[in-house]
Ligand binder design. Structure first.
Ligand code: 0RA
Length: 650
């Protein structure tokens, strides 16, 4: 009797503590999930999903289904062991309730040390609970069904039994709090990209995604299943689908040492770009870190040693640099580290020193063996390395030319640029406009105080296909560099882009609303993605969206950006019969006069600008290489299935 009393007393003290913790999360969502924007919203899904994936990695779960429910809430359902529901001795509270309401309680129950805790990832499902107006946990375990519901993280009742079950598993259904998040609308594309990535990183785990908000014409929900049999090998093949591979199959390395689990896959292709995607405990490390440096060291050393030993570099006239060994290299480096440490707050650079040697060792031993066993392929790779070294020297010369030219032309600004008078970059905008004629209209229509216009003639160079020195020799591209005021660093500082002198914080691509226009937009975006990525990452790149239609009847007129809007406006303006209404379809920017262009596309009060962000660099890379690369069928397939920038979050 006294025991049960004691349990009650503890329960009270503990739960008050827990409530304080969850209140802190609600007060400072930024500290726990990185903000209140769309990205943070989707972070909640990752957080719950990670727990299910952990359960799968521990060998207890084979399938996780993520469902956007008809009311817009989210369900994540796995067939793992189920979160324990029994009463925990010390606290007298149900383990489920602790996991759901205590910050960082997860670790007390599962011994999974690969979990990343603190910061943006691994904050635990309790943070999701705190940030949800409603959450329900349903557990199938020990032949029974248990459930508990919460509001703003607070339990609405004690864990209760609701029936019997012959299954095991955990389902978490949550509705993010609309008073906290800027938007609570889940986006299928973002979830799709993450699921795809997770399926590659965790082979054989079946991930299902379903959107129950809308049905197709047959009355079915949109649903997809992601499962990868070969993990990272599949990932590399997927990334390089539109590139021409050099090796018959990607090289695959798995290993474990000092508690660090290593998996790497890589392939050489005929392109000139290097693409390393790295992950630590399933979280993408955008800035790389010790796992990536270990990988790069092994690649350069093994190939250099092999080339020296077989006298392959004899004819080479220039010196080799480490990066020459990575031209046309696509790789995925994934490590699982017991106590991961990160150099940056955003967790995008792994800093555990021991990881570098472990990865390097694992890669070296497999690669050395591969080169000895496959002399033909080894020679092809090394020929490519030497071409890269020669091209690097040529590019260096071309780059120096760009820099020197800039100095020589006085102000350094291109003649085609109509600059703005504002000098503060934070207040300045530049429009890169397709064609001289639209450029002229924009120059007249703009607000010259803060808007600069630079016309681009015809199609800019496809940087996905061109050699680097050709790119620096291209006039339109040189104009973009000089107009923006950014420069490329020397070889020694990794050709780092210097954006300190960036002259505009809004760089707006403005092209016609037709097929050519979207092609040019994609060319320019590809250029920014490959050569000025920091601008994309800083959120400085935008795409203008001119209207598609003008709907007019008498004095009433409205601009419309899509067909649905057009039909609606026709009804609004023309009444039920519609048809006395004039509809003008704008195909090109040139069809608008300066006033119309100002009103619809330039004026900050009324225009629509799409901000370019990179949701997943891996996906963006794949899409760009596909849209701009050699292989036609995947591009056609993609364009048929998607709008041009569907996968690049705009
Ligand atoms: C703690 C301990 C055990 C499983 C879990 C947590 C668990 C958590 C989540 C979250 C989503 N799905 C999950 N599945 C399991 C192990 C309990 C045991 O020993 O049976």
């Amino acid at each position: 009797m006294s025991e049960s009393k004691e349990i009650k007393a503890n329960y009270g003290a503990d739960s008050i503590q827990a409530l304080k913790g969850l209140e802190a999360v609600r007060m400072r969502p930024g500290m726990y999930v990185g903000g209140t924007d769309t990205r943070a919203l989707h972070h909640l899904v990752n957080e719950v999903l990670d727990n299910s994936i952990d359960e799968a990695l521990a060998g207890y779960c084979t399938e996780v289904k993520t469902t956007i429910l008809p009311d817009g809430s989210m369900s994540i359902h796995d067939n793992g062991r189920g979160i324990p529901t029994g009463i925990q001795k010390e606290s007298g509270r149900s383990a489920l309730e602790l996991v759901m309401t205590e910050l960082h309680a997860g670790g007390k129950f599962d011994k999974n040390s690969y979990k990343v805790s603190g910061g943006l990832n691994g904050v635990g499902v309790s943070c999701v609970n705190a940030l949800s107006s409603h959450l329900k946990a349903v557990i199938h375990r020990e032949g029974k069904i248990f459930e508990q519901e919460y509001s703003e993280g607070k339990p609405l009742f004690e864990v209760r039994e609701t029936g019997t079950s012959d299954k095991t598993g955990t389902e978490v259904i949550f509705q993010p709090d609309a008073t906290i998040f800027d938007t609570v609308e889940f986006r299928y594309e973002i979830l799709h990209t993450r699921m795809k990535e997770l399926s590659f990183l965790n082979k054989s785990v079946k991930l299902i995604l379903e959107d129950q908000r809308t049905k197709d014409e047959n009355g079915n929900y949109k649903t997809e299943t992601f499962i990868s049999e070969h993990g990272l090998v599949d990932f590399v093949e997927y990334l390089d689908k539109s590139r021409t591979s050099i090796l018959s199959k990607p090289i695959h390395i798995t290993g474990e040492s000092e508690g660090v689990v290593v998996e790497v896959a890589f392939q050489y292709n005929t392109s000139y770009s290097e693409n390393v995607f790295s992950f630590a405990n399933n979280i993408q490390t955008m800035m790389g870190g010790t796992h990536v440096s270990g990988f790069k060291r092994a690649i350069a050393k093994c190939l250099k040693d092999y080339g020296d030993k077989n006298n392959i570099f004899a004819k080479l006239k220039v010196t080799l640099a480490a990066e020459d060994f990575r031209e046309g290299l696509t790789s995925v480096v994934s490590v699982k580290v017991p106590h991961p440490q990160f150099r940056s707050q955003t967790k995008d650079e792994l800093s555990n020193a021991e990881v570098s040697g472990v990865v390097s060792q694992a890669v070296s031993s497999v690669l050395e063996y591969f080169l000895e066993e496959n002399p033909k392929e080894a020679r092809i790779i090394l020929e490519k390395v030497m071409i890269a070294a020669n091209a690097r020297h040529a590019a260096k010369k071309a780059r120096e030319m760009v820099q020197r030219k800039t100095v020589l032309t006085g102000s350094g600004l291109p003649g085609k640029l109509a600059d703005c008078s504002e000098k503060d970059p934070a207040l300045s905008e530049i429009f890169l406009v397709e064609g001289d004629s639209a450029g002229g209209t924009a120059k007249t229509g703009r607000d010259r105080k803060f808007q600069a216009i630079m016309p681009l003639r015809g199609k800019i160079l496809n940087v996905e296909k061109a050699l680097e020195h050709k790119i620096y020799e291209n006039e339109e591209i040189r104009n973009i560099f000089t107009a923006l005021g950014v420069s490329i660093g020397t070889e020694d500082d990794q050709k780092k882009l210097n954006i300190e002198k960036l002259r505009y914080h809004k760089v707006v691509i403005m092209c016609d609303a037709d097929v050519d226009g979207s092609h040019i937009t994609t060319l320019i975006l590809t250029f920014f993605f490959r050569f000025m990525k920091p601008l994309v990452e800083s959120g400085y790149i935008y795409v203008a969206s001119p209207p598609l239609y003008l709907v007019r009847k008498g004095k009433k007129e409205a601009y419309c950006w899509n067909d649905k809007e057009r039909d609606q406006k026709i009804k609004e303006i023309g009444g039920e019969s519609g048809t006395g209404v004039m509809v003008q379809r704008y195909k090109g920017l040139g069809e608008m006069n300066p006033e119309q262009l100002w009103e619809t596309t330039l004026n900050p009060e009324s225009r629509i600008l799409k901000k370019i962000t990179i949701e997943s660099a891996a996906e963006a890379d794949r899409v760009f290489s596909m849209l701009m690369g050699d292989e036609v069928p995947p591009r056609r397939e993609f364009i048929e299935q998607n709008a041009v920038y569907a996968k690049i979050d705009v």
